[in-house]
Structures are given as C-alpha cells and as structure tokens.
Design a protein around this ligand. Sequence first.
Ligand code: GTP
Ligand code: MG
Length: 366
Amino acid sequence: AALVTVMFHLGEMATATQSLDESTFQILGEEIGWNIQIVSAEEEDKELLQQFDIDLDGEELQEDEDLKPRPPVVTVMGHVDHGKTRLLDTIRKTNVIEGEAGGITQRIGAYQVTVTLEGERRKITFLDTPGHEAFTAMRARGAELTDVAILVVAADDGVMPQTVEAINHAQAAKVPIVVAVNKIDKPGANPDKVRGQLTEFGLVPEEYGGNTMFVDISAKQNINVDKLLEAVLLTADADLDLRANPNMDARGATIEARLDKGRGAVATVLVQQGTLHVGDAIVAGTSYGRVRAMLDENGKHMEEAAPSTPVQVLGLTSVPTAGDLFLVAPDDRTARQIAEKRQATERAAQLAKRRKIVSLESLKEQ
Ligand code: GTP
Ligand code: MG
C-alpha cells in the first residue's frame, strides 16, 4: 500500500499486483531510498539452484585433472535443398552398420558415430535438427551446444542467402566451420566456384593459404563423407580444447521432448558435463523425475551416459521444452522442489505479462 501511495504521488495510478517496467522500479527505489537491482531470469535461477547447494560454476569444472577429452558436437547448416538431411542420413546409415544390430533405429534429435582417425577410434555427436533451429533456440537459452558447424553448399547452386545466414550464426557463436561442398556427382557441379565465393565471407580454403577445411562430397553417393568426418575431428583438434568432467553430477541440454502414449514423457538430452545414470533424480526446466531408462538412437538401453553423449531419457513426470537445461539433483525431493519453484516463477511471469496486455488494452479504450 505504501508503494502504491508513492506511485500515486509520482503520478501513476498503480495497483498492488501490477507489474512495472525497469525504469519505473528505479524511480520508485530512489523515492523511497532503496537500491533496486534488476535480476535476470538466469541469475534468479542460479540463485534458486544455490539454495539447493547446486553451483553451476562449481570448482569441479575448473580443476585441470578432472577434465577429460570429449567428442565434438556438430550441427549441419546450409541453404534449402543443399543436402543437409541427406548428409545426416548418409552419416547415420553408414554408421548404424558399425553399431549394434537389432533395435529399431529412430530419430531422437541427435546421434553419435564412431570414426577411425590415424588408427584411433573417435566419436562425433551430431545434432539431427538441421537448419538454424538447434542453433538459435539453444543459444537463446544460453546453452552453447555446437562445437563445430558443417556448412553444406551445393556445388551446382553455390552460395545462397541461407548459406550466408548460417555463416553469420556460426561466426557470431565463434563456432569453427567445415565446408562440405555437396552434390559433386551432378553434371553442373562447380566446387571451385564455391571456394571462390566463400572466400568473401572469410572462409578461405587451406589450399589457398587459409584455415578452413573444404571437402568435396556427394551425400547421395556417399563420396568423401568419411573425409568430411575426419576434417571435423581435425578442425576440433586444431581449434578447440574440448574437455569435460565425467566425474560429477550430470547436466546438459534438452534437445527435444514429447509425450509418448505408452512411455510417458520422452526427452532427448545431451550430456555436457558429468555422467548421467539410470536412477538419477533430474530436473529439466520445470519438469522433474527420475531416470527410469536411457536409450540411444538405436533403441539400445544404456546404464550411463558420459559428456557429449545424446540419450533418450524416460521417467520425467512432464514434458520439458527443447533448450531447457537439465541437471541431476541430489535426491527426488530436491528435484521436485526446484521444478515447483520454477513453475511458480513461470506462472508469475505469465500472469504479469497478461496483466500488462490487459492494462494496455484498457488504456486504448480510454
Ligand atoms: P531442407 O531441409 O529443405 O533445407 O533441404 P536439405 O538441405 O535437407 O536438402 P535434402 O537433404 O533434403 O536434399 C535436397 C535434394 O537434393 C534431395 O532430393 C536430395 O536427394 C538431393 N541431394 C542431396 N545430396 C545430394 C548429392 O550429393 N547429389 C545429388 N545428386 N543430389 C543430392
Ligand atoms: Mg532437410
């Protein structure tokens, strides 16, 4: 009531439950001699987690000896029809043969493949959500998922608007790019032209003295796709120090989630730190639960998932949103409490938004 009175003296008719904008809060603070700090939703959530002794910037991420190499996480980008889906399919199919027999392969939004490079077996994780969605949606939530971007450019079409858009996204996120010059099997293919065009965007091929790897491929005929995967690993090794701590409570990002008739909420998550185990209590955004089972993209059950591993998780009590951070909580109760507090925050934010719309509309009517 005191604040409403102050507002009244400032010339604003406000109610006790009204939401105000930041500058009004600052003025209000000055009036009553309070120091007002506007806390972002992210900071607020960090504080909430700290109340439960969960520190997102904890020291387990700082100590060198805790950090172990992890596979790169790769996103495929490029213009419409240049062959992103076909490439992801080819990579996947060629690798399924290497994987476990049996099980029904299904699209879970991400998958992992094994590549032999210089006699060493190495893994690469692919985010199977082509285009910019994976990039933009995840980035908007502050979760940097992609380590390396494969830019697909059709050799018969060349650089197009969405090629440029993809370059901008990757460069803004400081993600190194490997160029896949695709459709080289087609009669009109001109891979050299693509190289020349991309030079203008700062992507200079190694053979021209630059530091971007270009690989001529045919996603359709599976030509040089293995070389492309090698180029991804070489680029990651040269430009990035990809390490994570496998010995801590797991956390990562929700890639996609849906409600399955028989199995309930099914979420594909990418583990970024720690190791996720069956039986762990988890929170993903406003949903929580206990990991009842974990499956890979071949439908094979897994007991644990290390950093950079994508897994399908069963056991959440509701469906999280793609991009939501997931983390392991010390116990079921904590997981539920964190989720419930977030639900309350979300409801309050929605109410505030609705009120603002209502008050704007009532202003218009006056
Ligand atoms: P959007 O998802 O619509 O942006 O397209 P996309 O980039 O995923 O392209 P997609 O993989 O669907 O390929 C488009 C068409 O190009 C399909 O008909 C593919 O079969 C064909 N295509 C893809 N790669 C090759 C290739 O290496 N050679 C030839 N000849 N055709 C290809
Ligand atoms: Mg596609």
